[in-house]
Ligand binder design. Sequence first.
Ligand SMILES: [Zn+2]
Length: 219
Amino acid sequence: MTSRWIKVGGVALACGVVSEIVYFLYKRFRKRRWQYQDQSESESRKEIEEVLFFPDSQVACKNYFIGEYGCDNRNCRFTHIPNSLSRLYEFIASAEKSLDVCVFVICCAELADMLVEAQRKNIKVRVICDDEQVDITGSQIWKLRKEGINVRTDSSSYLMHHKFLIVDGSLLLNGSFNWTRQAISGNQENLMALNNGRIVTLYRAEFEKLWNKFNPRNQ
Ligand SMILES: [Zn+2]
């Protein structure tokens, strides 16, 4: 009888120890999960305040910086050294939901291709540019339209002279920078990147205002 009670007691003790261990491991796992969650949330909320200055001395290799397989071209004519354009590539490529582009002139094939690639990944791409820049030599607007990207323009003799881009509704890039080769490697230009909520909200509102204003049905 006594040995039976000893066995029962032993089993109970073992169960108690096992449940303590399981509970300890569960607490530890949970704590770590929260730590990871906090870390990734704070990373996504990380403040961005940067300025990109142009011209770059060489045009950055798009494949090298943001291509899925990098660049394995031994005779690549573009640079693999980080510069302002490579940073701009990274900002554009960080889009997960939307790209709202409001830029006077778009002639740079690399940047236009990024919009096409984004559109193919189901990122919502909207473009506003100046009506008189649509048909100039090198304009990428018809390529964008052919790919199904919605492009709207003003229809006035005044200029749609903005040069800003909003990534995922939360990151603003704004400055003097037109999307042209000349702006990348010739002109003195600046492009400020920031994700300050208040400023971005103002630009988002401006984009929506122009998007509606330049709706062909409203013109
Ligand atoms: Zn390359």
